[in-house]
Write a protein that binds this ligand. Structure first.
Ligand SMILES: [Zn+2]
Length: 487
């Protein structure tokens, strides 16, 4: 007995020693000394451009609603861009594809793979009934209290204007890029991008264009990335989740409700939905999260640092914590979201069929095929059809690297432009237009080069969307740096 006790104590001491050593090894934050002097930009000039762009109501309602008005606004925005950015329009060739814009700024090196910088011109509508909650009219483009206010200020006219201002300044100065730089400005990102970037990508694929890298919206610079971390961290999305919507169609015997059989379509459908929800997909901390934790750990207080530095021991606890928050849980697995249900036409008529719609966001470890298979197995009922809505589906993207080549280059540009901040990888749980270029690019990255407080996230697609004027100049500087140093 005594020997067992001594043995157990020895193991415990060893575990504690390993935990402390591993914690000590991450203790020193890496130096933040790579920052180059900021590129001088008058943020107010750019803020006025953003304000003007917000006033064009380029709203994507979906289902082609108000299409003519939107198209007129897109035409007006395009004309405004032509007048506002004359030097850029002189050096770059513009192609109008649908209502989307593809610019090509030829580089000196004709053999180097081109790069693609992206932003979308459309915005989501203001949720009906919430316009009164805005402290400035959503399409006023008001500049007040240090912000540019309005729908699209962050998503995604902020990026659009910062890109255009960056290119205009460089074009004015007589700069020619080393590599060819292309710009894709989509018309319908908020409703899937099928008219805009899907078509532009097809045109480019037919021309055998292949990009070294693509940069789109997606990640952000978070001021408080984690409880206890005081240091802003840039999160570059190195991947995005896939998208799949399935319709479950349950069949039954129709007829008068006074004589029901046990073959009930609605009961069968509700069983099927329940079974799908009760069969979650595999979930765990993946490589992107591990890398994110190892970037953040040095900035964390001792206790959190100890937890993250010892995932070999604490992994299950951390997984459990992440699973409790819908936002972090969504990073760990394919999500299941029943979104619509219908069946029946009258209170005394048994419907012969009933339909439920379930939306899935695919983790990298799953494919469209494996998700459909998983759902069929879970339901295990030949009287329930499983149909995929193929127009909107997309596989989970590949994961791009931040350590070597293109990724290291972008990380360096971020650190130089934003005071040497740490850069961590993330995965976007929503879809971006960059997915259309997945097959014709070596790497795809996603970043909104703006600082965001926790409450800014709810402004995107929400109420009181705004962008700080103090963020505009550095964003232009960041894009300028990318264009100047992409060799
Ligand atoms: Zn967006």
């Amino acid at each position: 007995m005594k020997r067992v006790l001594i043995g157990a104590t020895a193991v415990l001491v060893l575990v504690v020693a390993i935990v402390l050593v591993r914690t000590a090894l991450v203790a020193a934050p890496p130096p933040l000394a790579v920052s180059a002097p900021p590129i001088g930009i008058n943020s107010m000039d750019v803020a006025r451009h953003l304000a003007a762009a917000i006033r064009f109501k380029t709203i994507s309602y979906g289902n082609s609603a108000h299409e003519a008005e939107k198209n007129a606004q897109l035409d007006a925005l395009r004309n405004w861009m032509e007048q506002t950015y004359p030097a850029f329009h002189r050096v770059a060739t513009r192609e109008i594809i649908g209502k989307s814009l593809l610019f090509t700024w030829k580089g000196k090196d004709a053999h180097a793979k081109p790069i693609l910088l992206m932003a979308h011109m459309d915005v989501v509508p203001v949720v009906p009934g919430t316009a009164k909650d805005w402290s400035h009219d959503p399409f006023s483009g008001d500049i007040a209290d240090g912000f540019v206010w309005g729908r699209g200020a962050i998503d995604d006219k902020g990026c659009l204007i910062a890109l255009l201002d960056a290119a205009e300044r460089l074009a004015e100065s007589g700069f020619t890029p080393e590599r060819t730089i292309m710009f894709a400005f989509g018309q319908d990102e908020e409703v899937g991008g099928s008219e805009g970037n899907a078509n532009m990508a097809k045109v480019l694929a037919a021309r055998h264009v292949h990009f070294a890298w693509v940069l789109d919206e997606g990640g952000a610079i978070l001021n408080e990335p984690f409880p206890g971390v005081q240091q802003p961290v840039a999160f570059i999305a190195v991947a995005e989740k896939g998208y799949l919507t399935l319709q479950l169609v349950a069949h039954g015997t129709g007829g008068h409700s006074s004589r029901p059989t046990s073959d009930l379509a609605i009961a069968r459908l509700s069983d099927a939905v329940r079974k799908v929800v009760d069969h979650p997909f595999a979930s765990s901390i993946d490589d992107v999260q591990r890398e994110q934790f190892s970037t953040l750990a040095p900035y964390m207080p001792f206790f959190q640092r100890m937890i993250l530095a010892n995932l070999w021991l604490t992994g299950p606890i951390v997984s459990n914590m992440l699973e409790k928050n819908p936002e972090t849980a969504a990073m760990m697995h394919t999500t299941i979201a029943p979104t619509m249900i219908s069946g029946g036409i009258k209170d005394n008529v048994l419907p012969p069929q009933a339909t439920a719609t379930i939306n899935f966001r695919l983790h990298q470890r799953d494919t469209i095929e494996s998700v459909i298979e998983h759902v069929r197995k879970a339901i295990d009922d030949p009287r329930v059809d499983v149909r995929a809505l193929t127009e909107t589906q997309s596989e989970a993207s590949k994961v791009s690297d931040l350590h070597d080549g293109n990724g290291a280059f972008i990380v360096h540009a971020v650190r130089e432009s934003f005071n040497g901040i740490p850069v961590a990888p993330t995965v976007t749980t929503g879809a971006t237009d960059s997915r259309h270029y997945m097959a014709i690019a070596d790497d795809v990255y996603r970043l909104d080069p703006f600082h965001m407080d926790p409450d800014d996230m709810s402004r995107i697609h929400g109420t009181n969307e705004r962008l700080a004027i103090s963020d505009i100049g550095p964003a232009v500087g960041f894009y300028m740096r990318l264009m100047q140093t992409a060799k």
